[in-house]
Design a protein around this ligand. Structure first.
Ligand code: MSP
Length: 516
């Protein structure tokens, strides 16, 4: 049997601002899925990185009085550090200013040109610097503002290169109709189909250097740079190692991607960048004759008050600040557990604490009482009995967990694990091990209780490790294991005979401070 392969991507984040919990959420989602698949034995490629060209970066660099590259070096460093502190397990961090990537962009647009999908034309339209794209008159908000951030747009007239996106409209509609899960969730699929119900315009893929010099020059017209969204989307291909720009045309990998990671199994994005990923990107790939990604998952927004959290609105919550107070896994847990994949969620300190409470009161409590009972009643050694007292609950939690993870509903998978932890606490109350311990004739029953609880905790450590990669290994060590077992191992093996280690609280209690 060949090992299943999974290639997952996050958007590449603009190198113009600090990472906030919106960026962290997409990245956590990808990380949890990557870890879940690795645990199941898949070969995984997990790509993330920074988007470093275009007007937004140029303007931010000018504002700070530094070169665009200096700004990008600094910000790419920030993102890398943040992901390290937040335990992100990406395999590759891509920067669009890397030579390799720029070469792939040039090879890609050259191929579109060679295949006759690119032409030059005069263009006049409403341009938003903030969103880095043109909007049609119909799309505009009141007083000539863009419909996304409500920023003023400018009327621009220039000669540009265009990609014949309109030629692929029918093929794209057919693809979406034939593959109902291609865009998840359904509400986003319908949004794209709605967008495609109107005639698709061709896509301007260049910017004259006279207006913007910070980008990848087009190989067939060095006076123009590649439109930043085209440049950025191609990162997924660069990161797959499908294209070798150093080789001559015909041998670069466009004809056959099977030796590479392409096509991606899943592009994780926020709903703000749906059109670029579900319309521009697949049509560009069709133009280049490449296979399409297998799925696009568009999640909702973290909102603050009643608007999207974003740097430009100045209402961002820093994941690193939360981490400083509560720890990496608490931040991951909150974001992944609180937001139903696909829906919106509001960040509030109260909700954060209530989700944290689940960790300390349900999971942490279960772990500390179990370990201390094994220490107190069995000198720290887990009894060698079956420990099948929670068999039915474990089976059903696991089935729900897999179902949810396979359909990318990570919040639900975590909920299934938490249900098992609750059931295990209920089991403690029902079995009353402290009463069993007082009665010599019930020694066997006590053994069964303790091993059942340790078994449940071992399984929970496997189920929760994709979300909490720091605390679950700690839990496993307290349970006498060297590392978190795979889900399969934790179902197969009995913990009997292992020696537990006295616990310090996994999730110490915390209080809100006056500033929250
Ligand atoms: N650079 C582009 C993406 C190019 S991908 C080829 C971009 N960058 S971004 O820095 O603005 O980050 C966008 C992504 O960050 C969103 O798609 C989403 O995944 C995440 N989020 C940013 N703000 C968010 C919220 N307030 N809530 C949830 N996620 C959001 O767009």
């Amino acid at each position: 049997m060949t090992t299943p392969r999974t290639y997952l991507t996050t958007p590449i984040y603009y190198a113009s601002g600090e990472p906030h919990i919106g960026h962290a959420y997409t990245t956590f989602l990808a990380d949890a899925l990557a870890r879940y698949h690795r645990q199941a034995g898949h070969r995984v490629r997990f790509l993330t990185g920074t988007d470093e060209h275009g007007q937004k970066i140029r303007e931010e660099a000018d504002r700070r009085g530094v070169t665009p590259l200096a700004l990008c070096n600094e910000m790419a460093g920030r993102f890398r550090e943040a992901w390290e502190e937040l335990a992100i397990s990406h395999d590759r961090f891509i920067r669009t200013t890397e030579e390799d990537h720029k070469a792939v962009v040039r090879a890609f647009v050259q191929r579109l040109h060679d295949r006759g999908h690119i032409y030059a034309a005069e263009y006049e339209g409403w341009y938003s610097v903030h969103e880095e794209r043109f909007f049609t008159e119909k799309e505009l908000g009141p007083d000539h503002t863009d419909p996304i951030a409500g920023r003023p747009v400018e009327r621009i007239r220039e000669r540009n290169w265009f990609f014949r996106m309109s030629a692929f409209q029918e093929d794209l509609i057919r693809h979406i109709e034939e593959n109902p899960d291609w865009i998840y969730p359904e509400i986003r699929r319908n949004e794209v189909l709605g967008f495609l119900a109107k005639p698709l315009e061709d896509l301007s893929i260049s910017r004259p250097k006279s207006r913007l010099d910070w980008g990848v020059p087009l190989p067939f017209d060095e006076d123009h740079v590649t439109y930043v969204w085209v440049d950025a989307l191609i990162n997924y291909l660069t990161g797959s190692e499908a294209i070798d720009p150093a080789r001559p045309p015909g041998e670069q990998g466009f004809e056959d991607t099977s030796a590479s990671w392409w096509p991606a199994d899943l592009h994780l994005i926020g709903k703000d960048i749906l059109t670029t990923h579900a319309v521009y990107w697949p049509t560009l790939l069709m133009g280049a004759g490449l296979p399409l990604p297998r799925q696009i998952l568009a999640h909702g927004w973290w909102i603050a008050g009643d608007t999207k959290m974003s740097k430009s609105l100045g209402n961002v919550v820093s994941p690193l600040e939360l981490r400083g107070r509560f720890g990496t896994d608490a931040v991951r847990w909150y974001l992944l557990r609180e937001m139903p994949v696909g829906g919106d969620a509001a960040y509030t300190p109260e909700r954060f604490l209530s989700r944290y409470g689940e960790l300390s009161n349900v999971l942490g409590n279960l772990a500390s009482r179990t370990v201390s009972m094994v220490v107190k009643y069995r000198e720290g050694v887990v009894p060698e009995v079956a420990g099948e007292g929670l068999e039915a609950e474990a089976e059903s939690a696991l089935a729900a967990y897999h179902r949810a993870m396979e359909s990318r509903r990570v919040h639900e998978a975590l909920g299934a694990a938490m249900d098992l932890a609750r059931a295990a606490n209920g089991y403690v109350e029902a079995r009353e091990p402290w009463a069993q311990a007082r009665d010599e004739t019930r020694a066997d029953a006590l053994d069964e209780t303790l091993t059942t609880l340790v078994r449940a905790l071992v399984l929970l450590s496997s189920m929760l490790a994709p979300a909490m990669p720091e605390k679950m290994p700690e839990l496993a060590r307290h349970l006498g294991l060297d590392e978190v077992p795979t889900l399969e191992e934790s179902r197969r093996t009995s913990p009997g005979g292992t020696r537990v280690a006295k616990m310090t609280a996994l999730f110490p209690r915390v209080e809100l401070s006056g500033d929250d």
